[in-house]
Design a protein around this ligand. Structure first.
Ligand SMILES: [Zn+2]
Length: 62
């Protein structure tokens, strides 16, 4: 049965997963899991820093 609840990102009110907006504050509900999106962002930022450091090590004058 589809009785899954999606918590609002702004006020944490549990909403029905088929709702497009929060029933409490009216903000749009995210379709994806926000924690996964944040993790992938930090992984991309981490690799960007690693690549930047490697480039600087190669190009820095000794
Ligand atoms: Zn809300």
């Amino acid at each position: 049965m589809s009785t899954e609840k999606t918590p609002c990102l702004y006020c944490q009110t549990p909403n029905d997963s088929h709702n497009e907006k929060c029933s409490h504050c009216g903000m749009p509900l995210a379709k994806y899991h926000p924690k996964k999106a944040k993790i992938s962002f930090f992984v991309k930022a981490f690799w960007a820093i690693v690549i930047f450091c490697i480039v600087m090590i190669i190009y820095l004058p000794r």
